[in-house]
Design a protein around this ligand. Sequence first.
Ligand SMILES: Nc1ncnc2c1ncn2[C@@H]1O[C@H](COP(=O)(O)OP(=O)(O)OP(=O)(O)O)[C@@H](O)[C@H]1O
Ligand SMILES: [Mg+2]
Length: 375
Amino acid sequence: MELSKKNISKTLEKISISGSDDNIVSSGAIKNIQVFGDQVDIDLSLSNPTLQARKKLEVDIMKIIHNEIYEKAKININTKIEKASNKISSQSKKISGVDSIIAVSSAKGGVGKSTLTINLAASLAKKGCKVGILDADIYGPSVPTMMDVEGYVPKSIKVNDQSKIEPIESYGVKIMSIGFFTKLDQAVVWRGPMASKALNQMIFDTNWGELDFLFLDLPPGTGDIHLSLVQSLPITGSIIVSTPQNVALADARRGIKMFQQESISVPILGLVENMAYFKTDDSEDKHYIFGEDGVKYLSKDLNINFLGEIPLIKSLREASDFGRPGSLQESTEVSEIFDNISKNVVEQLLKRNKELPPTKIVEITNLVGCSAVKK
Ligand SMILES: Nc1ncnc2c1ncn2[C@@H]1O[C@H](COP(=O)(O)OP(=O)(O)OP(=O)(O)O)[C@@H](O)[C@H]1O
Ligand SMILES: [Mg+2]
């Protein structure tokens, strides 16, 4: 049986509370269940049990999960002694404290979504903004490597009596990635619904605190994961990255259509042209390896804002491989490019906020501690 919240909850219904016909789920004793990979966190609330009864219950929970669901599950039970309530906490569909959620997307793979995400995030954090990244690329999470936090394991903490996961912070950016819960060399095969569930958990169970911007680094494509993400989250706006070549542009059009679908209607903040050209060290000549200005033409054609271009730059690739975003460099070509794009992104965010009817706005006027981009 799949190690999931639902299966665990169903199985735990078989454990009754001694001296009553109620079970530990229906009585409300199980406050919260969290599953990440093979790790299970269970919050248990009991009213004045004897030490023995409490221990027995904890052992029973572990046994039944190991025997009926997954024998290698690592189970952690947090037991709180209080008067049991009948309410099981429900998840809110808003992330409290997060002002703007920005999805970075491209239907085609390998065109620079993660590069753009980490560099924009680092650039804004450098200016004093509170920034987070959710690496939603559950098939090939690359944010931990690019932000130098590969192999880190987030801690489980308690916030207002709820189990939460503490994001990993690097260069002032709070990061959550499925990569923290899987081994790098393990191919992760997620079926659609499982993947969406894991993502939902990463979004809503992470202790983001107050953020001005939460960037979503999306996997390539326009599949189920994208649909479920954009439908379950109040995404403030999306950025579409593409290279200028025709195959990439065709995919970019598909990506744009997805965001513009009526059922989704996520505002598109603009397009970014990556790998726009290449220059050698000894000449100013630009070589248009993937074609010239394709994304700029697309943005004109579809009347979508153009946020900026990024040439092919060796030091940018090296910076990502090294785990330190190029945008953190002191006044280099790379840092200027990303400072400029991040400025345009914020401008577009504020413009969107003004232009959209109030009901559709996700409030972004209150940019906490982010005076650098308030103007
Ligand atoms: N402008 C650039 N100059 C040099 N290298 C770049 C540039 N943009 C991206 N790269 C490199 O190209 C590779 C792919 O980029 P990246 O991982 O950002 O793409 P992606 O769209 O996130 O890919 P995926 O679809 O696999 O998630 C990386 O090694 C990155 O360092
Ligand atoms: Mg990527």
